[in-house]
Design a protein around this ligand. Structure first.
Ligand SMILES: Nc1ncnc2c1ncn2[C@@H]1O[C@H](COP(=O)(O)OP(=O)(O)OP(=O)(O)O)[C@@H](O)[C@H]1O
Ligand SMILES: [Mg+2]
Length: 267
């Protein structure tokens, strides 16, 4: 994927399509099927899912427990391979790559934000942000500068030398978001990013995620909570391993500046 040539001069440099007009298809999945095999029992987790996501979109994926949301996110994140169907990431078919190739794609082109932050407890905030670079041997004076710029972006420049246990949940999630951005990925995948946070902190994290999207990052977020999905531009509802509906969110929640959030359910 040598065509991924981030532009310089900005912390967030777009999704790697250097001559983009802003309408590039960054994710295309076609008839994706995923079966899990439990002994002789086949569990059909995804039963033919097709989706096209353009650069700069912000999707919320919703649906009942067991509808296939995490399975879909795992496939989009190259954490697993589909049973059948195609997945094009940045134009390249990644559905049949081997484990090493998938892990390389994951490290370079996908940013992950998890409900439980998944930080390494022994490392400082700064070192956690550098983890994706570390695995690729890409920590350089230039990357150090970028990490500090990202820390400023997520509001953590004072906390770079703290360990995760010395940070609040919201601060830990900010570290995770900076870590997800460090490679300038094609897509940011977030699985219940506010699931462990209180209402006020959830609002602050959603404000940051909206800000990243406003800066051009493509975001795909799984959530159970309608109030959190309300920040997205597009809402995909899943049921029984299929897409039930895929709609533009006409009634988007826009974070307000310098204002206390309303309690969940009233914004
Ligand atoms: N590793 C696995 N082995 C076997 N079956 C699995 C596995 N992972 C998921 N499943 C099954 O696949 C289906 C979809 O699961 P998935 O985790 O994608 O749902 P989900 O929408 O993320 O649910 P939740 O909202 O509870 O997180 C379910 O029937 C689940 O039991
Ligand atoms: Mg899930």
């Amino acid at each position: 994927m040598s065509e991924h040539t981030p532009k310089s001069g900005s912390v967030l440099t777009g999704d790697g399509f250097s001559d983009s007009g802003g309408t590039n298809v960054v994710v295309k999945i076609v008839d994706l099927v995923k079966n899990y095999y439990l002994g002789s029992v086949v569990v059909p987790a995804l039963r033919g899912v097709s989706l096209e996501i353009k650069e700069g979109e912000f999707l919320a994926i919703m649906g009942a427990s067991g509808s296939g949301k995490s399975t879909l996110l795992n496939l989009l994140g190259c954490l697993d391979r589909p049973t059948s169907g195609q997945y094009y990431l940045g134009g390249r078919d990644v559905s049949k790559l081997d484990d090493d190739e998938l892990s390389e794609i994951r490290g370079r082109y996908i940013g992950f934000v998890f409900q439980s932050y998944n930080l390494i407890p022994q490392l400082t905030a700064e070192e956690n942000m550098e983890v994706p670079l570390y695995y690729q041997g890409r920590i350089t004076p230039e990357s150090k500068k970028r990490v500090r710029e990202l820390a400023r972006l997520v509001g953590l420049e004072q906390w770079l030398h703290h360990k995760p246990t010395q940070l609040s949940g919201g601060q830990q999630q900010r570290v995770a978001i900076a870590r997800a951005l460090v490679n300038d990925p094609y897509i940011i995948l977030a699985d219940e990013p506010t699931g462990n946070l209180d209402t006020k902190t959830s609002y602050e994290i959603m404000k940051l995620i909206v800000q990243l999207n406003d800066m051009g990052k493509t975001i795909i977020m799984v959530t159970h909570e309608p109030d959190i999905a309300a920040y997205a531009k597009r809402i995909v509802m899943m049921r029984d391993g299929k897409i039930l509906s895929d709609t533009i969110n006409e009634n988007r929640t826009i974070p307000r500046d310098e204002q206390e959030p309303l309690p969940v359910g009233q914004n």
